[in-house]
Design a protein around this ligand. Structure first.
Ligand code: FES
Length: 270
């Protein structure tokens, strides 16, 4: 069945028999990714001020610049920061981890292959002639880096733990322990990132892959983890976008407080 039947039926970039708005999702996602790339470039290389603020002794750091390793005493990083070139900031030193993790994410690959390379543009939709001339080579050459996803996952888990640690820094006020709006912003960002990381396909494989059966002992436990991760893995795309968008909303919040457009307040202190 289907022998000799070649897809797509119509030839030429974007040509298709589909009658739905197949182009809207790749277009919107492509615009979204482009905006995030431009904004990140602006914040990292053009305007890297106002990356954190203090409210009555606590510290709230922009998600884009968290963890702010240039303030760490560990390895004398804070001392090194004083003599480092002006263009160095915490985000520039750390960005390769979230960038590598998201850039090699299985879901993200689907997005940018479609939005930026039209390879494929969508199911049943023809792709540009250049793709056909080059031919499909799988994830080789430049894209061979995608095979490093599981290693970026390990690094992302470390970053995630430090982000939760940063959340605790928003809770230490001069007169006690409490929660401010900044705490909620940073905690919500850390929560979304937690969901994104824990719904990762590579993490799911790490939990329950390779084994033939999950019957007893450790294998049973791994099977249980695999099933749990599988549930949130179904919404991996949602966690990808929500966690990404909130990095920038959190950064805008920190910028707005620094500029005086918005004010942080302590919700309670005990
Ligand atoms: Fe998307 Fe691992 S597959 S983060």
């Amino acid at each position: 069945m289907g022998e000799g039947f070649k897809l797509p039926v119509l030839n030429g970039l974007g040509k298709t028999n589909r009658i739905d708005n197949w182009w809207s999702q790749p277009l919107i996602m492509g615009i979204g990714l482009t905006i995030t790339l431009i904004y990140t470039f602006w914040r990292l290389f053009i305007y890297d001020l106002d990356i954190s603020y203090h409210l009555n002794g606590n510290t709230v750091v922009s998600p884009l610049f968290s963890p702010n390793i240039l303030e760490w005493e560990l390895f004398n990083l804070n001392e090194w920061a004083k003599t480092a070139p002006n263009w160095i900031n915490a985000a520039i030193l750390i960005i390769w981890i979230p960038f590598g993790f998201r850039g090699t994410c299985y879901y993200m690959r689907r997005v940018y292959y479609r939005s930026f390379f039209a390879s494929p543009a969508a199911c049943w939709v023809d792709e540009p002639q250049i793709n056909k001339s080059l031919g499909y080579k799988g994830e080789k050459m430049l894209f061979i880096i995608n095979n490093l996803h599981r290693y970026f996952l390990y690094a992302a888990i470390i970053i995630l733990l430090i982000k939760w640690w940063d959340v605790t820094h928003t809770m230490h006020f001069n007169d006690g322990f409490g929660i401010s709006i900044g705490t909620l912003v940073m905690a919500f960002e850390a929560f979304l990132l937690t969901m994104y990381v824990t719904s990762c396909h590579a993490l799911r494989h790490l939990a329950g892959g390779v084994l033939d059966r999950w019957v007893s002992g450790i294998s049973k436990l791994r099977g249980e983890m695999f099933r749990k991760i599988s549930i949130i893995n179904r919404s991996h795309g949602f966690w990808f976008w929500s966690s990404l968008i909130f990095v920038f909303l959190g950064d805008l919040w920190v910028l707005a407080v620094n500029k005086g457009y918005l004010s942080d307040v302590a919700i309670f202190v005990i």
